[in-house]
Write a new protein. Structure first.
Length: 403
C-alpha cells in the first residue's frame, strides 16, 4: 500500500464529518484539507471553519458554489424536464458531480492523491461521488470511511466522538436524527419513521414549504421569462440563476408547492422512502414545459420526452460525467435554440399551473387551428385522405379478425 500524504475531505462541519476528519487524521496520519461547499443549503458555514481549525486543519476551503450549481448543473438538467421514476427532481443527485468536481480540483491544486467523503455504504451518493471522481481523475484514490471503519451503529459513532473529544450537540445525543440533504434545489429527508412507507410523514419533516392547506387563500400570479431554454427573469426582473431559483423557492414555499412523498429505487438495489421539497424546481419544470409547448416542434418535443427517463436515470445513477450523458445533453441543448418567451403561472395551495404563454418564436398558429374561417390554406380533403390511409391497416386487421 502506497502511503497517502494528503487527503481532501468533503466536510460539512456536522457531527459525522467531524468524526470522519478525526478518523482520517488518526488512520492515515497525514494532512487533511477540508472542502465545504455552499450550495444554498441555508446553513451558516463559518462554524465549519472554526471546527476544522479546532481539529488542526491548516487548509480549510469554504466555497460559494451556488451560481455554478444552478447555471451549470440544475439548468442543463431542467432543459431536459428531468424526473427520476416520473417524480423525483433529482435535487441530491445533481449536486454530487459538482462537489466531486471541486474535490478533484482542490486535490490537484494541493497535490493530494486521495479524496474522502461521508456518504454511507447503502446509498446512491457514494456511487455518484466516486463515479464522478473516476471520470475526472482516475489517479485519485477514494476513501469512504463508512465502508472502511468498524463503526457499525450510531452508538459506536457517539462513543468514538466522546473518546476523541469531539463535541456532540445535545440534539444529536438521543436517537438518530433524520438524514437530511439540502441545497438550492431541494431538501430531502430520509430515515427514522420515514423508513416505514406505511407511516404518514409527520408535519415537522417539512422544512421549506407550508402545508398546502395552510397556504394563502388568494392565488399569486407570476411570469417567468425564458431564453434558449433557461429561465432568466421573474415578473420582468432579470436575475442570475441562483437568485432566480432562490426567489422561486420563496414563492413556492409560501404556496406549499413541490412536496413529494416518494418510494424510489436506489441504484444500489434497494427501495427507499423519502420526503422531498422542491418548491422553485417544481415551478420551473411546469413553466419550462409551458414555454416548450409553443416553441418546440412536435417530433422534437416527443424525442426529448423519450430520452428524458434515460437521461434522468444517468443523473440518478451518478453518470453525469459519462460520455452518454454528454451526448444526450448536446441533443437536449440543441433542442432549446428557440425555447424563449414568457410563461405566466398561478400559484395556489400546492399547485403551480400555467395560465398563459407567449413567444416571439412561437410555432403556435391560431390561424391554422381556429374553428372559424381561416386564411391559411388547409384543405379538409387532406384530412380525409390522411385518416383513410392511417386507417387502412386497421381495416385489414379488423376484417381478418372477423370483427
Ligand atoms: N434518495 C435521494 C437520492 O438518492 C436523496 C439522497 C440524499 N438524501 C439524504 N437525506 N441523505 O438522490
Amino acid at each position: 500500500m502506497t502511503k497517502i500524504e494528503k487527503i481532501v475531505l468533503s466536510y460539512s462541519g456536522g457531527l459525522d464529518t467531524s468524526i470522519i476528519l478525526k478518523w482520517l487524521q488518526e488512520t492515515y496520519g497525514c494532512e487533511v484539507v477540508t472542502f465545504t461547499a455552499d450550495l444554498g443549503q441555508g446553513e451558516e458555514l463559518e462554524p465549519a471553519r472554526a471546527k476544522a481549525e479546532m481539529s488542526g486543519v491548516k487548509d480549510i476551503r469554504i466555497v460559494d458554489l451556488r451560481e455554478e450549481f444552478v447555471s451549470d448543473f440544475v439548468f442543463p438538467m431542467l432543459r431536459a424536464n428531468a424526473l427520476y421514476e416520473g417524480q423525483y427532481l433529482l435535487g441530491s443527485s445533481i449536486a454530487r458531480p459538482l462537489i466531486a468536481k471541486h474535490l478533484v480540483g482542490i486535490a490537484r491544486e494541493v497535490g493530494a492523491h486521495a479524496i474522502a467523503h461521508g456518504a454511507t455504504g447503502k446509498g446512491n451518493d457514494q456511487v455518484r461521488f466516486e463515479l464522478a471522481v473516476n471520470a475526472l481523475d482516475p489517479s485519485i484514490k477514494i476513501i469512504a470511511p463508512w465502508r472502511q471503519w468498524n463503526i457499525r451503529s450510531r452508538m459506536q459513532l457517539l462513543e468514538y466522538a466522546e473518546k476523541h473529544h469531539i463535541p456532540v450537540p445535545s440534539d444529536k445525543r438521543g436517537e438518530a436524527p433524520f438524514s437530511i440533504d439540502a441545497n438550492l434545489l431541494h431538501t430531502s429527508t430520509e430515515g427514522k419513521i420515514l423508513e416505514n412507507p406505511a407511516e404518514v410523514a409527520p408535519d415537522h419533516v417539512y422544512q421549506r414549504t407550508v402545508d398546502p392547506v395552510d397556504a394563502p387563500d388568494t392565488p399569486e400570479i407570476i411570469t417567468i421569462g425564458f431564453e434558449r431554454g433557461d429561465p432568466v427573469s421573474v415578473n420582468g426582473k432579470s436575475m442570475t440563476p441562483a437568485a432566480l431559483l432562490t426567489e422561486l423557492n420563496g414563492l413556492g414555499g409560501r404556496h406549499g408547492i413541490g412536496r413529494l412523498d416518494l418510494v424510489e429505487n436506489r441504484f444500489i438495489g434497494m427501495k427507499s422512502r423519502g420526503i422531498y421539497e422542491t418548491p422553485g424546481g417544481t415551478i420551473l419544470l411546469t413553466a419550462h414545459r409551458g414555454i416548450e409547448s409553443i416553441t418546440l416542434d412536435r417530433a422534437a418535443a416527443h424525442l426529448k420526452d423519450e430520452i428524458m427517463p434515460r437521461y434522468s436515470e444517468l443523473i440518478y445513477n451518478g453518470f453525469w460525467f459519462a460520455p452518454e450523458r454528454e451526448m444526450l445533453q448536446a441533443l437536449i441543448d440543441q433542442s432549446q435554440t428557440f425555447v424563449s418567451g414568457e410563461v405566466t403561472l398561478r400559484l395556489y395551495k400546492g399547485s403551480a399551473s400555467v395560465i398563459s404563454r407567449t413567444s416571439p418564436l412561437s410555432l403556435y398558429s391560431a390561424d391554422l387551428v381556429t374553428f372559424e374561417e381561416s386564411a391559411i390554406a388547409y384543405d379538409h380533403h387532406d384530412a380525409e385522405g390522411f385518416i383513410r390511409l392511417n386507417g387502412l391497416r386497421l381495416r385489414s386487421w379488423a376484417a381478418r379478425n372477423g370483427r
